[in-house]
Design a protein around this ligand. Sequence first.
Ligand code: FE2
Ligand code: FE2
Length: 206
Amino acid sequence: MTVANTRGAPGKRREKTYKFPSSAVEAADRRNELCPEVEPATRGPEPSPPSRVALPATKVRYVVAMGQITSEQFVENLNEDLRLEFQSIVQYVQHVAVITGPEYTSTVDELKVHLTEELAHASVLAEQVAFLGGSPATTVPEVAAVADSGAALQADLRLETEQLERYRCRVAEATDLGLPDVAEALRPLLTETQEHVRDLQSALGQ
Ligand SMILES: [Fe+2]
Ligand SMILES: [Fe+2]
């Protein structure tokens, strides 16, 4: 199955014909190059039928491992990534304002850098959703109140860790679907999210 991409990923204008993997095994091989923690397609129980609703990260990995992800699921996964970036933006705006104490001065400066990068991540995701024919999400998940500075940083670390896992799989999914330009656009998000995780772990003394 091929899909003619006559528009190219945002920022790139070129003609290209994408080739979808011919089998679940081929798809899994492509994915394993980028998402090695996922079990090979030949292992594990039978998969559940694909769903068009947002899936938990573990479920997403499982569906991809079986080479069964659809373009509709991929777009919805990108939209859920976008919602989580909106959550990051709201969360960091609040935490930058409420985290206090001289021991957190450099940490707050770091969070301000994260904040600007989250906005860029959201823009990239929205562009990819639109490029693939979807409508970029506009809803923001609820942001829980935090009791103190430590709890705020722990909440930020949990969210960044979830995003990191999601981006690893999203890059793999894009590759599985024969969308190298999309995978390329998503890789900086993965790299910067890794840095955010490390920054927060360091701030928390982990
Ligand atoms: Fe982000
Ligand atoms: Fe981040």
